[in-house]
Design a protein around this ligand. Sequence first.
Ligand SMILES: Nc1ncnc2c1ncn2[C@@H]1O[C@H](COP(=O)(O)OP(=O)(O)OP(=O)(O)O)[C@@H](O)[C@H]1O
Ligand SMILES: [Mg+2]
Length: 262
Amino acid sequence: MTDSAIRLDDITHRHTPGAEPALDGISLRVDPGETIALLGPSGAGKTTLMALIDGRLRNWSGAARVLDEPLSSLRAPSGAARAEIGFIFQEFALIDRATVRQNVLNGRLGRTNAFSAFFGRFSAADTYAADRAMADAGISTLADRRADSLSGGQRQRVAIARCLAQEPRVILADEPVSNLDPARAADILTLITDAARQRGATVIFSSHQPDLARRFAARIIGLRDGRILFDRPAGQVTDDDTDKLYRDAPAPQGDGALRLVV
Ligand SMILES: Nc1ncnc2c1ncn2[C@@H]1O[C@H](COP(=O)(O)OP(=O)(O)OP(=O)(O)O)[C@@H](O)[C@H]1O
Ligand SMILES: [Mg+2]
């Protein structure tokens, strides 16, 4: 495939009229299968940029294509286009009363017959994708447990498995490891990036940790004040680059350890 997975040209967006832009003239291309880290201080625009790529942002200017479909600033993408993009939410967004398997199968909803799925009848392809995703996420033995009986780390793996079961061509993960200790953070990023590589999916994850960005992404985009400060192969990103990104940046609002996706 030679076309870009994502192509953004001069995207500008303000959350409220008259406010400073959250995205300020962003242009970038992402090749299919690339693994990219978005690095930048609180308020840099990482979540806003991911919401744009996910088709959830309205009223922006510029041009955007995701998987060869033009995004509209006015309306949400079609269901078929949405199924190609998987979002790993930091707060997991699981159905507590459902089992792990049911939660993971929910990842198939955009891909399967809605009528059958409503009655809990999934195809062999759906079941295969869910089983493979649970195995990759290391949660096969938890398949029949209710989601609300799991630990936080297990719930996170269910959320990742649900995203993988969807078989998206683009995986967006907004600060997937911000609340984790270093060993668990590395485990989760290994899981996401390995599973994406096996499936040929493009990954964009945001992070505040330059060392994890360098280790798990092939390319790092440094964002600050809605602008791209640098966009380079991870091996060429220097300490000076990351220092500039965070120098004199305003402190995060509230308790950083509990920060949720907005
Ligand atoms: N719903 C909203 N309404 C108004 N302003 C918003 C909204 N969401 C974000 N913003 C503003 O847009 C800018 C970019 O926010 P964004 O959430 O994209 O930053 P971020 O890089 O994800 O930060 P963090 O690292 O804290 O998650 C910030 O100035 C923020 O205050
Ligand atoms: Mg954010």
